[in-house]
Design a protein around this ligand. Sequence first.
Ligand SMILES: [Zn+2]
Ligand SMILES: [Zn+2]
Ligand SMILES: [Zn+2]
Length: 310
Amino acid sequence: MVSNTVKNAIRISFAVSVVSFLIKFTGYLVTGSNAVLSDMAESVVHLLAVGFSMYGVYLSMKPPDEEHPYGHERIEFLAVGAEGSVIIIAGVTIIYQSIRHMVLGLQPENLEEGIMVVAAAGLVNLALGTYLMYTGKSSKNNIIIGNARHTLTDVWTSGGVILTLVLIRWTNFTLLDSLVAIAVAFYIMYEGYNLVRFAYRGIMDERDEDQDRRIREVLENRLPSEIRSWHGLRHRTAGRTTWVELHVLFDKDIRLEEAHDVGTELERRIMTSVEGDAVVTLHLEPEQTHEDAHEKLKGTYENNAIDKMM
Ligand SMILES: [Zn+2]
Ligand SMILES: [Zn+2]
Ligand SMILES: [Zn+2]
C-alpha cells in the first residue's frame, strides 16, 4: 500500500517535471537567455534524478533472489553517481555557453514573455514540490523527500532567473544574464558534487555514524548479561538495509541452545534500534579459548590487510 503511494508520487513527479521542463524550454526559445537556459538545465537535472529514483525504487523493492542474495539496493550508488556526473557536465556546458555569449555580446530578448513563462514553470514546481514533501513525510520515504527538496530548490532558481530578467528589463545591464547563468551553473555543479560524494561513500561502505551510534548504544547499555564482551563490530548500509556483524564472547561452558537464545535476543535489540531494516550476524566465541582457536586462521589470508582487520 505504502509502496503504491511512493510509486504514484514518483510517476506524478516525472510527468509534472516534463511539463515544467517544456515550459522552460519554450522560455529559452523565446528569450535566448542563458539564465533561462540554466534554469532549464536544473529541470533536466531534476528529470534525471526522478528517472534514477524510479529505477532505484523499482530495484530496491525487489526482494533478494538467487543471484542477488544481498538484495538490490546498492544499485542506488551507481545510479546516483551517474546522475551527479551528468549534472557536473551540464554545469560546465552552461558556463561555456555563457562565456561565449559574453564574448560575442549576444543578448536575451522578449523579456516580458520570458518572465511569464518562467513564472508559470516556477508555480508548477512549487505545487509539485509541496505535494511531494507532504507525501514523502507521511510515507517516511527518503527518495520522495529528496525529490521534494530538489523540486523546491528549482523554484528558487526560477525565482532568481525571473529577478534577473526583471533587472535586465529595468537597467538594460544584459551581461547580468550570463553572470547569473554562471552562478546557477556553479550551484548545479555543487549539487552534482554532493551526489558523486554520496555514491563514493556508499560504494566504499563508509561507516554510517548515526547507525553506528544506535548499535553501540545497545552494545554498551543493553547487552544481555550472559555476554561477557564483544568485538569486531562492522556494519554497512545500503538503501534501507543495514548489515551488521560482530563477535560475542560467552563462558565456554554455556549450552549452545542458551547461547543461541541470548544471541538472538541481542540481534533483536540491534534490529529494533537501527533505522530501517537490519540483518545481524553474530559470531559466538568462548571467552577462555577463542584466541587459541583463532590462531589457526593466522596467515591464511593472501591479502594481509584483511588479516589485520580480523
Ligand atoms: Zn573474535
Ligand atoms: Zn540463529
Ligand atoms: Zn571466533
